[in-house]
Design a protein. Structure first.
Length: 326
């Protein structure tokens, strides 16, 4: 276990709503544990360039309701190079930092693992933070609930116009290669179509189903399509040509990453950070805090960052009902 007393935190990769709640808990819990907390600005970039400052209560006052991260984030290419990581380690040592919390996704954790392998006097802990919910080993990543609620709000609004005009709307959601956001959003918004990379789809089956529904009086459609499929415009044209309905597409984009964090994300941020700091103080050299079956546990980075995340079976079952005649 590290003999150093100071502790730092950084955000890496895409920001999520809930990061500020995590920063607040970090400062308050570190101080409670008798440590001096530090912020690293703009992720690994700031770690390389020594943008490290002591964190105070005043820094985190009033931030809990804000999306994004007050300390900034980055996707650092330089961090892939060993000599920059050596500078990062040097900077941590300069401030007598023996513990580092990393809020990020699996790419950020792979970087963290490298850093951990290259020094034996600093403990590291990862907190899964990505709207994509694509980290293997944890059912939940910080920011997912807020993103889902932003998407829900957007689809509910779009439905008003879709139903008023009798149009089809094709809505593209983020998530990289993972269809979790799209699937949960489609189910909870009552969408008629859901296309995600994990489930093969058949447009012919959708055509038969939708034509039958049109005969029965359906006059508008909502479709949710994962960004990784790159099919948004194609599906919009399909609606016009195959079903003869007016169609529009909406790429929700970065609106999904921001906004007032939900109660769930604020609370999860508190729990994740508490468990993360406890893990490092207990001597864990390099771990990720995961949430499964209603509880938190610590996992090796290898069990989190080098495996493919899957969508839970019960959601997949529901997802597979899309596009099939009843
Ligand atoms: O990983 C989070 C995420 O928002 C993905 O859903 C999306 O594909 C990507 O980041 C967008 O990245 P950027 O903000 O760099 O454009």
């Amino acid at each position: 276990m590290s003999t150093m007393k100071n502790i730092a935190i950084l955000c890496s990769g895409g920001d999520v709503s809930g990061m500020n709640a995590a920063l607040k808990r970090f400062v308050e819990y570190s101080k409670r544990k008798g440590m001096i907390p530090y912020f690293v600005k703009e992720g690994y970039e700031g770690l390389i360039d020594d943008r490290i400052t002591e964190a105070h209560y005043a820094d985190v006052a009033g931030i809990i309701s804000r999306g994004g991260t007050i300390i900034g984030t980055s996707r650092s290419k330089r961090f892939m190079e060993a000599h920059y990581r050596a500078e990062a380690i040097g900077n941590l040592r300069k401030y007598n930092i023996g513990y580092l919390v990393v809020l990020g996704g699996d790419g950020s954790f792979r970087g963290m693992q490298k850093l951990s392998d290259e020094c034996d006097d600093i403990n590291f802990c990862g907190i899964p933070s990505t709207i994509d919910n694509d980290i293997a080993g944890t059912e939940y990543s910080l920011g997912v609930d807020t993103a889902l609620n932003v998407i829900k709000f957007s689809i509910d609004s779009i439905r008003d116009t879709a139903s008023s005009f009798g149009r089809a709307f094709v809505i593209e959601t983020m998530g990289r290669e993972c269809g979790y956001l799209a699937l949960v959003s489609a189910l909870t918004s009552g969408a008629e179509m859901c296309l995600i990379p994990e489930i093969p789809y058949d447009l012919k089956a959708y055509e038969s189903l939708f034509k039958k529904q049109q005969k029965e009086g359906r006059h508008y459609f909502i479709s949710i399509v994962s960004e990784s499929l790159h099919k948004t415009k194609e599906i919009t044209e399909w609606y016009k040509e195959t079903l003869g309905v007016e169609a529009r597409f909406m790429v929700l984009g970065h609106i999904q990453r921001g906004g007032n964090p939900t109660v769930h994300d604020r609370l999860m941020a508190f729990h994740f950070v508490t468990h993360g700091i406890d893990a490092m103080l207990a001597g864990e050299k390099s771990s990720v805090i995961c949430y499964n079956d209603g509880g938190f546990d610590r996992k090796e980075i290898a069990d989190v960052s080098f495996k493919k995340a899957t969508i839970p079976d019960d959601l997949m079952q529901l997802g597979m009902e899309y596009g099939h005649l009843e």
